[in-house]
Design a protein around this ligand. Structure first.
Ligand code: NAD
Length: 474
């Protein structure tokens, strides 16, 4: 069992001001996998003060000094990737061989490497007549992350914040805090100076709230639910903090009538069910031509049946449990309510998958419904795909955009020009054409209630910079 009760503040592992143990549950076994401390405002005070003290010197380091630190982090991280994958499997249930190792634990490395390239090439100063435009570190950051791609979320904030010269306090999700602890050890070993990076564990009210209203925090970079994003916006308003919010989604996947249905629908189901559907950009609404609905349902059910749900430590498993008991209860409830409200069950449904008796496992579930159904409008964040029929291309675009969210979109067509045209009409922060995967150098973020700002690559880096005009400078 992991004992991760200490916080990392000012370059040291320290005890919390007040002891408050919290058990982290392995969602596959329902057993305690480790223990952390839930912090309080007193711990936040110490961490923010350390970050503030470190800001003057870290923000004045040269590009070369920060490049050297990032290179060291990349080297140290690579020695810990196997351990990281195991920690993620224990804390949130992603299958070790099929998801944790190749995706969950590799993603942080990608973000550090991408940021390193951005830092090497960035123009921190440009000249405009007699004015110098200076891009400099924006300040002390609160980084608040969710549990679904936990180490990825940590890295895609920590890497650009460090590269920009910012100092920071990280509060990872209390549901999945192990990976952040390992990341703190990596940063320590890589020689990140004391106070530049600090880690305080805790829940939203205990640590998140005092961080987001703290007068000495300049930027809040948050990834999580739209509900918490709204609360954070309000908490940050009094001190006019800069905000980057990566929130929920209900992304549409448009399959145009000229697509190869067998491969497009199979890919749509696999992409949706990856990580048990717990991805903010999951293509959870599958938009298909109404006159081919039966064919789509048959291919989709076949693809769902091929998913191996079970023990995430078993190499054959492709889908693990949901991350926590409350989340399991929420997803099960939404499936039941969706069917009661009138959605047609294509496969899956409520209850544990056959042969499984414990753990927060959920059947890959496919429902056919209207875009106005509650299950098609609200984010489930589980392995639940809504198939929604459309009349023609214009109708498909209109259904895709008929949502309060705007994170991602997906289009598959036999004609790439047609797919591009449809992509331009989608009100989302990114659109994947013909099954394309994510690009860590491309901006990631949402329109509408999916958030404010962008992460990853150059755009993610610039979230951590302020812009200063120095006039008469020549
Ligand atoms: P959550 O909003 O419950 O929690 C996220 C983090 O915020 C946790 O660390 C939590 O402790 C903290 N928190 C909660 N309330 C807070 C408050 N009032 N003040 C400060 N901090 C607070 O989300 P979750 O359940 O951990 O994650 C799932 C959600 O995250 C989904 O809605 C998903 O779409 C979203 N998500 C978005 C992206 C993206 O990039 N857009 C990526 C991953 C997950």
């Amino acid at each position: 069992m992991r004992d991760y009760r200490k916080f990392y503040i000012d370059g040291q592992w320290v005890d919390p001001v007040k002891a408050a143990d919290f058990d982290v549950i392995n969602p596959a076994t329902e057993e305690v996998a480790g223990v952390i401390s839930l912090g309080a405002s007193e711990d936040v005070e110490l961490a923010v003060a350390a970050a503030r003290r470190a800001f003057d010197s870290w923000s004045q380091t040269t590009r070369e000094e920060r490049i050297a630190v990032l290179e060291k982090i990349i080297a140290v991280y690579q020695t810990r990737m196997g351990e990281m994958a195991l920690a993620i499997t224990e804390e949130m249930g992603a299958p070790l061989e099929s998801v944790s190792k190749p995706l969950q634990s590799a993603a942080p490395l990608m973000h550090f490497m991408t940021t390193l390239e951005v830092l090497k090439n960035y123009e921190f100063e440009t000249q405009q007549g007699t004015t110098t435009i200076v891009h400099e570190a924006a300040g002390v950051c609160a980084l608040i992350t969710p549990w679904n791609w936990p180490a990825n979320q940590v890295a895609c904030k920590v890497a650009p914040a460090l590269a920009a010269g910012c100092t920071m306090v990280l509060k990872p999700s209390e549901v999945a805090p192990f990976d952040a602890y390992i990341m703190a050890e990596v940063l320590h070993e890589a020689g990140v100076p004391a106070g530049v990076f600090n880690l305080v564990n805790g829940d939203g009210p205990g640590v998140g709230a005092p961080l987001t209203s703290h007068p000495d925090i300049d930027i809040v970079s948050f990834t999580g639910s739209t509900r918490a994003g709204q609360m954070i916006s309000k908490a940050a308003a009094d001190t006019v903090k800069r905000l980057a919010l990566e929130l929920g989604g209900k992304s549409a996947n448009i399959i145009l009538d000229d697509a190869d249905f067998e491969s497009a629908i199979t890919n749509a189901v696999e992409t949706m069910m990856r990580n048990s559907g717990q991805s903010c950009n999951a293509p959870s609404r599958l938009l298909v031509p109404a006159d081919r609905l039966e064919e789509v349902e048959a291919i989709a059910a076949k693809a769902a049946a091929a998913i191996v749900v079970g023990d995430p430590m078993d190499a054959a498993t492709t889908m693990g449990p949901l991350a926590s008991a409350p989340h399991f209860a929420k997803v099960q409830g939404m499936i039941k309510d969706g069917i009661e409200e009138g959605a047609k069950l294509v496969c899956g449904g409520p209850g544990l998958p056959e042969g499984i008796e414990r753990g927060y496992f959920t059947k890959p579930t496919i429902l056919t419904c209207d875009n106005q159904a509650t299950i098609a409008r609200e984010e489930v964040f589980g392995p639940v795909l809504c198939v929604i029929p459309y009349k023609d291309e214009a109708d498909a675009i209109s259904i895709a955009n008929d949502t309060p969210f705007g994170l991602s979109g997906y289009v598959t067509s036999g004609d790439i020009e047609r797919a591009r045209r449809v992509a331009r009409r989608m009100r989302t922060g990114n659109v994947h054409l013909n099954g394309a995967g994510p690009d860590p150098a491309a901006p990631f973020g949402g329109y509408k209630q999916s958030g404010i700002g962008r992460e990853w690559g150059l755009h993610g880096f610039e979230e951590f910079l302020e812009v200063k005009a120095v006039l008469g400078d020549n």
